[in-house]
Design a protein around this ligand. Structure first.
Ligand code: 5AD
Ligand code: SF4
Length: 476
């Protein structure tokens, strides 16, 4: 091979080289099939994974695949989650169902990526019992899809490429956006917090922040393409900037983003309570574009359990923070994550969680049964809570959370609020579906051309978790 044909060493040039090369293979596949090859990415888990899937789809479209349903696809990719055990079980189930499909269509390729692939046990199981999988990669090398596909096209065996960790952030690769008017933007990757129940730091690696120029120029480009709402993504956005050469905090980054013309709504997730600064609260209160919503995972209401979880705050500290937030941003919507049945949780501990829920009155809460994750400190704690007890507590918590959420949601009845129109309603095509600044869903009659616009809607009827409304006409 002449040196001219060697792939470049540096990114993103190297990937553009493989994108070119992969295009040839996909074209050949298309000729053999007599049609454009089709691909489907199924995403499990959080917004971080959804964002990665957009990057994967961007590359696939660039090399000549057309997006399709899973049944029609020549390439199926599962972007997996492993935050709780049932996420893993679902992936094995889906894979099992694909086996006969692939047997009938031998040209078909199956790829697995995402958090679950960062677990050694999983990869060993796949190597032993799921030999029909073509491609396995992890969370750190998503950007390498074209290169890995080329490797697969050029060999016959299973391609496995898992990295334990990385300090690399590759910029400027193609990406596909699910919505033309809103987009997630990664501001940091990984997590350094090591909450004792959580597998994320092991599968997503150490925390690293993207350079502010890269973030700002991406958002400026998105705004020029018509994006009006952005969601800043990171496991703990409040610690943004640590380790960067420039002096920057998350609050300062938000201010710079808010100054970008065209961007009208800014969301972010997730905020760790231990790092939520006064500076950030001030910016949230001052900046109109920052949405009136904060997701602030509490995880548990007992300081004893919080300590065992390594959350670094106490119940009192959390409640003080909520009070401060409500003082500075009176109508803010607060949402949270709560784990029930963490090892050693007693009935008294659980009652403290219920009490916190009653005191804070969340607009909504994601409730989870504690799930043992391999290699996490909590997995080997000897005082695991029996399943039936955890389940019973979970049901009580869910009931409380839902009752409060219903009551809270109603408080906007009769008001006129801005809605970002997202799509035609999935059940009734006469209706549109959009979101308020606080993330609540609103359905109202209207035509498709409003999609992507922010319009005033009268919230006529609260239906529990969402509203039915009517769009105000100009001058009303
Ligand atoms: N069991 C149950 N819930 C968990 N979460 C993270 N790890 C676990 C676990 N092992 C929940 C936390 C986190 C959310 C994304 O998932 O509440 O905030
Ligand atoms: Fe997991 Fe805690 Fe990191 Fe969130 S902050 S990803 S719960 S370790």
């Amino acid at each position: 091979m002449s040196t001219l044909q060697m792939p470049p060493v540096n990114e993103p040039d190297r990937q553009y080289y493989f994108i070119d090369k992969a295009r040839t293979y996909v074209r050949q596949l298309g000729e053999a099939l007599g049609r454009t090859p089709r691909a489907c990415i199924t995403t499990f888990g959080c917004q971080m994974n959804s964002k990665d899937s957009e990057k994967l789809l961007g590359v696939l479209e660039e090399i000549g695949y057309e997006e399709s349903s899973e049944e029609m696809a020549d390439l199926v990719i599962f972007n997996t989650c492993t935050v709780r055990e049932n996420a893993n079980t679902r992936v094995y189930g889906r894979l099992g169902r694909l086996k006969p499909v692939k047997k009938k269509n031998p040209h078909m390729m199956i790829g697995l990526c995402g958090c679950m692939m960062q677990e050694e046990l999983v990869v060993n199981k796949l190597k032993d019992s799921y030999r029909f999988v073509d491609l396995i990669f992890g969370t750190h090398n998503v950007y390498k899809l074209a290169e890995l596909l080329v490797m697969r096209f050029e060999s016959k065996g299973m391609i496995i490429d898992i990295w334990e960790d990385t300090d690399k952030i590759v910029e400027d690769l193609p990406t596909e956006r699910k919505y033309p008017f809103k987009s997630g933007v990664n501001i940091m990757f990984g997590c350094n917090n090591f909450c004792t129940y959580c597998i994320v730091p092991y599968v997503r690696g150490r925390e690293r922040s993207r350079r502010p120029e890269a973030i700002l120029s991406e958002i400026k480009r998105l705004a020029s393409e018509g994006v009006v709402e952005i969601m800043l993504l990171g496991q703990n956005v409040n610690s943004y900037g640590r380790g960067l050469p420039e002096e920057i905090t998350f609050a300062k980054l938000l201010e710079q983003i808010a100054a970008i013309p065209g961007i009208q709504r800014i969301r972010f997730m997730t905020s760790h309570p231990k790092d939520l600064s006064d500076e950030l609260i001030e910016v949230m209160a001052r900046e109109e574009k920052i949405c009136n919503h904060l997701h602030l995972p509490v995880q548990a209401g007992s300081s004893r359990v919080l300590k065992k979880m390594n959350r670094i705050y106490t119940k009192e500290g959390y409640l003080t923070l909520v009070k401060k937030l409500r003082e500075k941003i009176p109508d803010i919507s607060l949402t949270t994550d709560i784990i029930v049945g963490f090892p050693g949780e007693t009935e008294e501990d659980f009652l403290e969680t219920l009490a916190v829920v009653k005191e804070v009155r969340y607009d909504s809460a994601f409730t989870f049964l504690y799930s043992k994750r391999s290699n996490t400190p909590a997995a080997t704690m000897t005082d695991q809570v029996p399943e039936d007890i955890a389940k019973e507590r979970f049901d009580r918590l869910l009931k409380e959370v839902q009752e409060i959420a219903h009551e809270r949601t109603q408080r906007f009845t009769g008001q006129v609020l801005d809605v970002l129109v997202e799509e035609v309603n999935q059940h009734d095509p006469q209706y549109l579906t959009g979101r308020l600044s606080n993330n609540l869903l609103v359905h109202f009659p209207g035509s498709e051309d409003l999609i992507g616009q922010i319009v005033p809607v009268k919230l006529s009827e609260c239906k529990g978790f969402y509203y039915l409304g009517e769009k105000l006409e100009q001058g009303e």
